[in-house]
Design a protein around this ligand. Structure first.
Ligand code: SF4
Ligand code: SF4
Length: 488
């Protein structure tokens, strides 16, 4: 004991020492517990959110509805993909059109389609005669600016499972030997199977997943290309296409934000395609039938209404899916199967009401393909419909990666999922009468101003090939490539 200190002083010091040590220990333990606990938080960023399913955070049960948020208003009919899907129709027109014979030179189905839709014929011919030659000339001139975005796009699309070219009765089933089906495992319950399938879909890289029974109205009457299915014979829907699992992944954020010139659909197409092929293989390994219907173009059905039935989101004014988590920044695929599963309900989270006041996508669309009017009747359903030929013609009226995606980029639902936008989503989803929607649309336009629509066109068409936002630095070719010597 020191001579000049009282016992009280010593006890006090001891107390402070012990207390300090205790509080340091408690602090450390607290930080430790907090770290461990926050490490368990599914929203903690680890880069594995898709694989763990945490990116699908929206509580769909609260917004579940018995009837999907589109309306059946008349007799329905299935899509003839040979003519009604532009990718099939426009290629065929290029091969078959003869200026002398005109409509008489076309196959019967194509001729009948254009007789019914003369405006579409004009736009599709304009694509072949004017838009593509102009695009080729401009591309020669301005290509260097987009060399990195195209290299990135090519790289992202380079891993790409090949499409099915065998008929469903062969390709969809697991065979242990020729003519011999593999063993089929008995599942415990449709609920447990749905849980497992969803977990696996996330494991296979899908950000969102939903399950529905397949509505035959959404299956093409004639398919658009050879998938082992004769395109000229009406498609009999195979019995084993009983359920539809919808998977989807987002496009990389920064290039997406710099649409139409720097964005790409292909990288997300590849991710979704891989996830759906993996999922189909997983199901087949349990002895059940499964077939992926995937981007780009290997679909035998209409994906958006199926995604709506499966509760992934609603259709927006721009014609495509709006999901709570990713807005319209999603590229979906479908796996049809016969493994019994509990299905999801569609959801209604006020997108229809929001779209009535918003119209930002229609204002931003460079070609006026998106209507500012109300929904219309299409094949017996009341829905939003865009002018696909006008849209498609614009894809080749700008440079960079083919496509546009401006309506997806500029949609207020397609914002980064930070606290602000999650809060705004909660407000709008819980406001079915739309009191907040006008204010939110106004805020969106103030905080996310966009170029004039004419600016999106190529210089030869009077624009400056503008993007909605600046490209990410890593796609700016000037930053990395020395063009001073010209092309070697
Ligand atoms: S992709 Fe572009 S051209 Fe097509 S509808 Fe959307 S904004 Fe219009
Ligand atoms: S931009 Fe507006 S109107 Fe268009 S789909 Fe999105 S919310 Fe609807």
């Amino acid at each position: 004991m020191s001579a000049n200190k009282t016992p009280e002083q010593i006890n006090r010091r001891k107390f402070l020492k012990v207390a300090g040590a205790a509080s340091a220990a408690a602090g450390s333990i607290g930080i430790g517990i907090w770290s461990v606990e926050s490490g368990k938080d599914p929203m903690t960023y680890t880069g594995e959110e898709s694989y763990q399913g945490a990116a699908q955070y929206f509580n769909r049960k609260r917004f579940a509805v018995d009837v999907p948020p589109y309306e059946k208003v008349g007799p329905t009919r299935r899509v003839d993909a040979r003519t009604e899907v532009i990718f099939s129709r426009i290629g065929r027109l290029g091969q078959e059109w003869d200026d002398e014979k005109r409509l008489d030179g076309l196959s019967d189905d194509l001729k009948a389609y254009y007789q019914e839709n003369p405006e579409t014929l004009k736009l599709d011919l304009e694509y072949h005669r004017e838009i593509i030659p102009k695009w080729r000339r401009d591309r020669e001139k301005y290509h260097d600016q987009y060399v990195l975005s195209q290299a990135w796009n090519n790289a992202m699309g380079s891993v790409w499972p090949p499409g099915n070219t065998e008929p469903p009765e062969i390709a969809d089933f697991p065979w242990s030997a020729p003519g011999q089906l593999a063993h089929q495992y008995k599942m415990k319950s449709p609920e447990k199977t749905a849980e497992l399938i969803k977990h696996m879909a996330h494991q296979f890289g899908s950000t969102l997943v939903g399950i529905t029974r397949l509505n035959p109205d959404w299956v093409y009457k004639h398919t658009m290309r050879n998938r082992g299915i004769d395109v000229n014979k009406p498609l009999d829907i195979p019995e084993h296409w009983e359920y539809a699992i919808v998977v989807g992944t987002p496009m990389a954020w920064d290039p997406f934000y710099a649409n139409p010139t720097y964005g790409s659909s292909r990288e997300s197409y590849a991710k979704t395609r891989i996830a759906s092929y993996r999922l189909a293989e997983f199901i087949k390994s349990l002895g059940y039938a499964a077939r992926p219907h995937t981007p780009a173009g290997d679909y035998d059905l209409m994906v958006i209404p199926i995604a709506i039935d499966a509760g992934l989101g609603e259709q927006g004014r721009h014609g495509v899916l709006v999901t709570p988590e990713l807005g319209s920044n999603i590229r979906p695929a479908v796996v049809t199967t016969n493994i019994p599963m509990k299905t999801d309900k569609p959801i209604s989270f006020s997108v229809e009401e929001f779209c009535r006041t918003c119209k930002i996508c229609a204002d931003q669309c460079p070609t006026g393909a998106i209507s500012t009017e109300d929904k219309e009747e299409i094949r017996g359903y009341r829905r939003w419909q865009i002018n696909i030929s006008k849209c498609h013609n614009f894809w080749y009226s700008n440079l960079g990666n083919v496509g546009c995606r401006l309506c997806l980029t500029s949609c207020p639902y397609s914002r980064k999922s930070n606290w602000l936008h999650r809060g705004a989503l909660k407000v709008s989803a819980n406001d079915p009468i739309g009191l907040s929607h006008g204010i939110m649309t106004d805020l969106q336009q103030r905080f996310y101003p966009a170029p004039d629509v004419e600016e999106y066109f190529m210089p030869s068409m009077g624009g400056s090939n503008a993007s909605y936002r600046k490209p990410p630095r890593w796609l700016e070719a000037d930053e990395y490539i020395d063009f001073s010597g010209g092309v070697q």
